[in-house]
Design a protein around this ligand. Sequence first.
Ligand SMILES: Cc1ncc(C[n+]2csc(CCOP(=O)(O)OP(=O)(O)O)c2C)c(N)n1
Ligand SMILES: [Mg+2]
Length: 587
Amino acid sequence: MKALNAGQALATVLVDELVRNGLAHACIAPGSRSTPMALAFAGHPGVGIHVLIDERSAAFCALGIARASGTPAAVLCTSGTAAANFHPAVIEADRGRIPLLVLTADRPPELRGTGANQTIDQIKLYGDAVRWFAEIGVPESLPGSVGYWRSAACRAWAATMGSPPGPVHLNLAFRDPLVPVADDDGFPHPLDGRPGQDPWTRTGVSPAGMSAEDRRGLRALLAAADRCLVVAGEAPGGAGGARALAALGGWPLLADPLSGARTGATAISAYEAILRHPGFARAMRPDLVVRVGRMGASKPLASYLGPEVPQVVVDPDGDWADPGRSAKWIIRADPSELPSLVELSGPGGAPQGAGSAQTPWTQRWLEAEAAARPAIDAVLDADDSPSEPRTARDLAAWCPDGATLVAASSMPIRDLESFMRPRSGLRVIANRGASGIDGFVSTTLGAALAGRGGGPTMALAGDLSMLHDQNGLLLARAGSVDAVFVVVNNDGGGIFSFLPQAEFPGDFERLFGTPHGMPFEAVAALYRCGYRRVERAAGLSAAVGEALSAGGVHLVEVPTERTANVALHRRIWQSVGSALEDVGFGA
Ligand SMILES: Cc1ncc(C[n+]2csc(CCOP(=O)(O)OP(=O)(O)O)c2C)c(N)n1
Ligand SMILES: [Mg+2]
């Protein structure tokens, strides 16, 4: 490997070394200063490149790839405000623990602060949001340069995949020439890395093992608990340990869809509605909660798990996920160790509460689930007009095994948490690190590009989350990506109708409801996407099925109405409350 100048050498070496570490995708926004890197990515057969005009979309696309694949994806831009447009995705990658390699091209130091064109201060641009920042420095033709660049690439990879995973920012200053021509210095040194495609420095993170003392302590708590509850949320590597713990102990499992653990004999999928019933929440106090991963969006669950309830959080990064300040103990450990802590005390060493030996506590939870689920379904199925809760329930149920469902912030993720039936085989992902509605289209298309497991990529979008990142659909226009967006169109921000602001109707629509009247059929046409409109609730499956089998990107619009949506949610809660009272939970 040779280069004609130092800029080309740096770019070639960085890309080669990142690919040796496992990089498979780079999202590239066009620009001049980043030319050496763009050419190096385009010239490397081991990396797929995706070119996006809008840097915010590019960064979210890379985030979607990394989120869906669990492998770092790179995003590259030129200097100036281009780099600032990466910031929302960098923040989401930080809060969401997503390995994102952020590569910004820059002017050399002598041009900074001089009024030179398209030059801003890019040093530590993303502040504390990144796991590592490096000003790589203007490439020079020195004997040690190649080793330095290869080592820096490995370090960036290690930092992005560390504990916790997250974004890394490399600022790359290039002097002219930006194109592969020989300059005065040239670059006489070989660019080669280690033989056999090995990385310069091999790294990796071993999962955190639970200490013997922690194991002893937690095992004792579990053995002493009469009313243990397992709560599962989003965690790197999944919350399968929580599911296995609940199955083995026979304990109720409250798993939000992002946990990937909403399945099993003791899964309580209607907990959001159940816990709104004060009589239930009062009567059913747990004496131990074991939580894996972050809390979902449910307010009733958050207030149910107050500081008075002993709560142990097990997280692979020891993440301080405790907004209610209720954790009694945070253990940094791989949650898959949890099932090994259950005492096998039943006859013949059977687990404590499994199967017919379920404790009255678990049975009461299962009775509540058995009462609440049909109560929810009865309300939803009574009306064939499309509704938001029914769309969430039915889409999650319809998705084929192996599918990825990307949920938008606002009501889509909440409706999934409330109404998705237990199931396996479906992966639900969402940008809930910072809960922005931005970057949704690009995150989804990134997940589709990652093609994890080969299953289809579906999305449950709000109309505003769709419009916010409409530029992301430019990728759809270019073809070669498949995804179906189910767009719940309530003509504005439906979530605000649930909030106290809705009691002040004067400026509500203008400031919060924000109706826009955008025709999604025209949006779809503009970006060469397929389009379907669901007029009857029962027609969702057919519309989504046709869209999926047609290939490409499709928008399936589900028209709903914000005020009716609030009324429907309240009817469901009421109906679940009555069903709980019918099975003996006092008001
Ligand atoms: C980037 C960003 N801007 C603003 C918000 C505040 N916000 C939260 S929900 C919401 C409305 C979302 O509307 P839509 O996507 O249509 O979903 P709906 O509320 O109708 O379910 C807004 C503006 C946010 N979360 N993120
Ligand atoms: Mg909306």
